[in-house]
Design a protein around this ligand. Structure first.
Ligand code: TYD
Length: 202
């Protein structure tokens, strides 16, 4: 089973993906938790290029770098782990590219969808948690422990388009994508909802 966590800045993906991993391991399931961008050796360097504020990237270059990171990630980490029968959880995957590069950057949809298809080798998650939060709350959370990265420095309007784009993805994929509100709820409450969804799916 392949599960992804998606959402705008500061939506709580890392906290909840880690907790969900522990929960599943508590059921004696084998789980690999990974992330994009940067889940591979080469990906680490690509991640630095993408996130450091000093990088001045053409928007097309940016989407190619995300695609390159994903090609490595899918072929070297995700597919082998799925092949070994593990549950794979990825913090960000194809929907991030749709939301950020089409919604946020306004790149042509056909280009981004094509790159997604090639870089993911056609792999589509079985289940996607879309953790939803307003950009105001999310950016505050995301930047409270350190300086803002290249994306976190984008204007509020960019982040609004990303969030709207995610909502559209959820609407278009109701069987795969579950929207989870993380705006003003206790972490335990959110985690319990995720566990319920997973238990149903298992
Ligand atoms: P991430 O490490 O998840 O940052 P955070 O946990 O702070 O949200 O992701 C890094 C950034 O990369 C994030 O701002 C979203 C962006 N991104 C894209 O724009 N396109 C993509 O395809 C992916 C995977 C991430």
């Amino acid at each position: 089973m392949f599960i992804t966590f998606e959402g705008p800045e500061g939506c709580g993906k890392s906290t909840h993906s880690k907790r969900l991993k522990s929960y599943l391991e508590g059921k004696n399931l084998r789980v690999l938790l990974t992330f994009e961008p940067g889940g591979t050796q080469v990906g680490k360097e690509i991640r630095t290029l993408l996130l450091k504020p000093e990088s001045v990237l053409d928007e097309t270059t940016e989407v190619y770098l995300f695609a390159a990171d994903r090609s490595e990630h899918v072929s070297k980490i995700i597919l082998p782990a799925l092949g070994e029968g593990k549950i794979v959880i990825s913090d960000r995957f194809i929907d991030s590219t749709l939301a950020y590069q089409i919604g946020g950057r306004r790149l042509p949809e056909d280009l981004v969808r094509y790159l997604n298809m090639v870089s993911s080798k056609g792999l589509v998650p079985d289940l996607t948690f879309l953790l939803d939060v307003t950009p105001e709350t999310g950016l505050k959370r995301a930047t409270q422990h350190g300086s803002a990265d290249r994306f976190e420095r984008e204007a509020l309007d960019f982040h609004r388009r990303v969030r709207d784009s995610y909502q559209r993805i959820a609407k278009d994929n109701p069987d795969r994508v579950r929207i989870i509100n993380t705006e003003d709820r206790p972490i335990e409450d959110i985690q319990n909802q995720l566990r319920q969804v997973i238990d149903e799916k298992l």
